[in-house]
Design a protein around this ligand. Structure first.
Ligand code: CA
Length: 233
């Protein structure tokens, strides 16, 4: 049975979620502040976390940060209307999705289903990506280029993996935003996010492969492509 940890300090909302999720067939665990959230997370080992951001004792961001250091469990943020920067910060911090309060339970169920499905797909496709140049192990999140270990952020790793898996084509920025960042159009973000991460990733790759190399190429006005080779310039 899928166990969901509900982290929410508003008692009414917390209890309402608990009742609705149980009714839908989920097992639940609850926490009313950030410290309790960390404690209950360790004790209950949930399959998914619903995480309010504004919490007493430790903020939702701190809780998310703690969870992401040790686990890839799906996290859905419960955010207040109008807190766009919080949503972005949360997604960048490794949250999988968010719902904006007040939300309907049907929307929440749909988001839980989608996030669980993605997480199951991710688990099912944990094969190592490898060519003569790079090696990515999704199970351990270890990456190397030219047999040198790369220190990649989680998003840089996902980005490189996605480009690698789609190396036969140029991947548009919008696709990267939606598939690697799980961004939704209503967040109103621009593609600078992608560019910034690609720039950082390329710098790390180039350090391992040689400064004159272009492992990932930019295709003007479209996006990026993994070349899988290091052509001398
Ligand atoms: Ca709150």
């Amino acid at each position: 049975m899928t166990k969901i940890l509900i982290v929410e300090d508003e008692a009414g909302l917390r209890q309402g979620l608990e009742i609705n999720l149980r009714h839908e067939g989920y097992e639940t665990a609850v926490a009313a502040d950030g410290e309790e959230a960390v404690r209950v997370f360790h004790a209950e080992n949930p399959d998914l976390v619903l995480l309010d951001l504004m919490l007493p004792k430790r903020s939702g961001f701190e809780v998310l940060d703690h969870i992401r250091k040790i686990s890839k469990v799906p996290v859905i943020l419960l955010t207040a209307r109008g807190q766009e920067t919080d949503k972005v910060r949360g997604l960048r911090g490794g949250a999988d999705d968010y719902v904006t309060k007040p939300f309907g339970v049907q929307e929440l169920f749909a988001r839980i289903d989608a996030v669980m499905r993605r997480s199951e797909v991710a688990t099912a496709t944990r094969s190592i990506c490898e060519d003569h140049l790079i090696r990515l192990d999704p199970a351990t999140r270890e990456a190397s280029a030219n047999n040198q270990k790369l220190k990649l952020s989680p998003k840089e790793f996902d980005l490189l993996m996605y480009l690698f898996k789609n190396k036969e084509r140029v991947v548009p920025r919008d696709e990267l935003l939606s598939r690697v960042w799980n961004y939704r159009v209503d967040l109103n973000l621009n593609s600078r996010t992608v560019d910034t991460h690609v720039t950082r990733l390329r710098r790390k790759l180039q350090k391992a492969v040689g400064t004159d190399s272009a492992v990932i190429v930019a295709v003007a006005k479209i996006g990026y492509r993994y070349l899988g080779q290091a052509p001398a310039v």
